[in-house]
Write a protein that binds this ligand. Structure first.
Ligand SMILES: [Zn+2]
Length: 498
């Protein structure tokens, strides 16, 4: 390695000095930081691939990155100003010229991190990318996060269980029915104030309480949270004293147990390095679908028995298979992916609902859309090198037969399409099918909603309008409620380390 570098350098030195300067140095074109509770990504974009070495230092925690063939430049120094004060992982950045050809970046870390560092070849509008993903060493249990969602901790103050299993089952069933009735009522008579505040600002950081939303963030002192994927043991009878999270409001008298909850996975498409489609006036798909998802979450969780898992709740990239995995880890009852894509012609308009196909796509347009969505990982920047055994197992699982899932998904899609058709135009009057990677959970009814064509100037304008977003959210929520009314969710054996 070293020797070859030296030989390479010798070869270059034999050329004229000006070609040395032009040929060997890379130039930074852009630096980007994507902070999120789940992980913070730092991207250095350059006109040539960068060679990098890194190591971790303890006390205080730091990540040191040495980049070969690079000179300190104003573009690189920009990195320092791009780290936000409330970044969950990075407290500061230092950049220096370590040797004449090596730039050293030191990231001061807020917590011990498990970094993933990898490069991406040019794709879409991007040149070469060097990516540092900072993950926490201890990841949060998504079920715990869900249970604490909305300040209504599930399971924490569960009423004492009725005596017999039959009574318990009946209690659970009626809880679910109550939840559905309540949901449908709420939807048919929407609340006067839809509280648009937070939902309109999807990427705004929440500086006051980053810790409260992710229980295991500074996990050093927290009790070891069992990995959520581990065996779902018997239905937990939680111990209130030990588990009540300090940040939550006191539990209400009727807090539901986690095994009685309806869990809906909402999947705002794209995010982070992947903007999705961009409208003629600059509206980005990733922002508008996040705003819609936040509103939908608020609408759905007005019901105490519903929890929403967001596959992303901020502006960061989540690989497609990871979105599916998150939904499966909490045994979601539904998966709803939200998009607003572009088409080649600005005339294309109307909403569409897609489900998975087990063979050919139902139309060329559906296939085109699936190919487009499936390319998100390339643009967003997935670390292919980190493909673990888990990921391979998951991939095999996702290729399994999904006939029953498709059947349920078509029912859900039909309900949602029917409601969306009342709000705006439909692109096609029926649910379409194609091989969308994100819809492949074999056991969760899954739909992908293209809310509108952001490439159409009229539809872009509508998507930007909070009132139209509210109508869309009404339609989605009503479609979901109607699906549950006809297809009540199964009792699940969920367990969380509560
Ligand atoms: Zn999309």
């Amino acid at each position: 390695m070293k020797r070859r570098d030296t030989l390479g350098l010798l070869a270059v030195l034999l050329k004229a000095p000006d070609t040395l300067a032009a040929g060997s140095q890379a130039n930074i074109v852009a630096v980007r930081v994507w902070p999120a509770q789940e992980y913070t990504r730092v991207t250095l974009e350059s006109d040539k691939p960068l060679a990098v070495k890194h190591f971790l230092v303890d006390a205080p925690h730091r990540l040191v990155i040495d980049i070969d063939g690079l000179e300190l430049s104003p573009g690189l120094r920009d990195l320092i100003g791009k780290v936000k004060a409330d970044d969950p992982f990075i407290t500061g950045v230092r950049v220096g010229q370590n040797t004449p050809t090596v730039v050293r970046i030191v990231l001061d870390l807020r917590q011990p991190a498990a970094p993933q560092i990898f490069t991406l070849a040019p794709v879409a509008a991007y040149k070469h990318r060097l990516v540092f993903d900072l993950y926490p060493k201890v990841t949060a249990d998504p079920l715990v996060a869900l249970a604490q969602d909305g300040g209504k901790p599930a399971g924490v103050a569960a009423p004492p269980s009725p005596a017999s299993p039959a009574q318990r089952a009946q209690a659970a069933a009626s809880a679910v029915n109550d939840a559905l009735g309540e949901l449908i009522q709420k939807i048919e008579r929407p609340a006067e104030k839809p509280a648009p505040g937070r939902a309109n600002l999807p990427s705004a950081p929440v500086p006051s309480a980053p810790v409260s939303t992710v229980p295991a963030a500074p996990a050093a002192s927290a009790p070891p949270s069992a990995p959520a994927a581990s065996k779902p043991t018997a239905v937990p009878t939680p111990a209130p004293a030990a588990s009540a999270p300090a940040v939550s409001a006191p539990p209400g008298p009727a807090a539901p147990r986690i095994d009685q909850l309806i869990i809906i996975a909402l999947d705002p498409g794209h995010g982070g390095e992947d903007p999705g489609a961009v409208g003629p006036s600059g509206l980005r798909e990733k922002d508008v679908v996040l705003a819609v998802a936040h509103k939908l979450r608020e609408r759905l969780t007005a019901n105490a028995n519903i929890r929403v898992l967001m596959t992303r709740d901020a502006d960061f990239f989540v690989p497609l298979h990871e979105r599916v995995r998150k939904a499966r880890r909490v045994q979601a009852d539904l998966f709803v992916s939200i998009h607003a894509d572009a088409f080649i012609t600005p005339q294309a308009r109307g909403a569409s609902v897609f489900v998975l196909s087990d063979g050919a796509a139902t139309s060329a347009a559906a296939r085109w859309m699936a190919d487009r969505e499936n390319a998100a990982d390339m643009v967003g920047g997935v670390n292919v090198g980190a493909a673990t055994n888990d990921a391979n197992v998951l991939r095999a699982l996702l290729d399994m037969s999904t006939t029953a899932q498709i059947k349920d998904s078509l029912k859900l899609g039909g309900e949602v399409l029917g409601q969306i058709g009342k709000v705006g135009k439909l692109h096609k009057p029926r649910v379409e099918q194609a091989g969308f990677a994100v819809l492949k959970a074999p056991d969760i009814p899954s739909i992908l909603v293209e809310t509108a064509f952001i490439s159409n100037p009229d539809e872009e304008k509508k998507l930007r309008d909070p009132e139209y977003q509210d109508q869309l959210v009404d339609a989605l929520a009503t479609g979901i409620a109607r699906y549950f009314a006809k297809n009540p969710p199964m009792q699940r054996k969920r367990s969380a380390t509560l």
